[in-house]
Write a protein that binds this ligand. Structure first.
Ligand SMILES: [Zn+2]
Length: 136
């Protein structure tokens, strides 16, 4: 059985591409065609429901996001939010990129954030408060 990791990207940088039929390659576009909205839509309508439906997570449930090493000084920390505010919670001032990955087999949801202070990426784990409280 193959395990397909699901991915979604939310980024302040333009990800629009132009497809060249002659070379069969896509290159970055000079003009933005609304990729922010497209990426948000893919994340919230295709990606996130896979995770929430599998685990029975409701919109009012407390979600925990935590990291062992984030920001320029690689500190650990966590934040509590709701399903609908995960991106807002991970967002920072300025440019950033959020690479979400969901592993359907393990059920793990992670996000790697890239920013000026996190050029190598900061890994975040996303979970639900009830599981963490139960395991303590
Ligand atoms: Zn764009």
């Amino acid at each position: 059985m193959t395990n397909t990791i699901m991915k979604a990207v939310v980024t302040t940088e333009c990800t629009c591409e132009v497809y060249d039929e002659v070379t069969d390659k896509s290159t970055p576009s000079d003009d933005c065609h609304g990729c922010w909205d497209d990426n948000q839509e893919d994340y919230s309508e295709n990606f996130l429901p896979e995770w929430t439906s599998r685990h029975g997570i409701t919109n009012t449930e407390d979600i925990v996001i935590w990291s062992e090493a984030m920001n320029w000084d690689r500190v650990s920390g966590h934040a509590i939010c709701k399903v609908g505010t995960i991106v807002d919670t991970l967002a920072i001032n300025g440019q950033y990129r959020l690479d979400f990955e969901y592993d359907p087999e393990s059920g793990n949801l992670t996000c790697t954030r890239y920013s000026h202070d996190e050029p190598m990426g900061a890994m975040f784990k996303v979970g639900y408060l009830r599981d963490i409280e139960e395991s303590e």
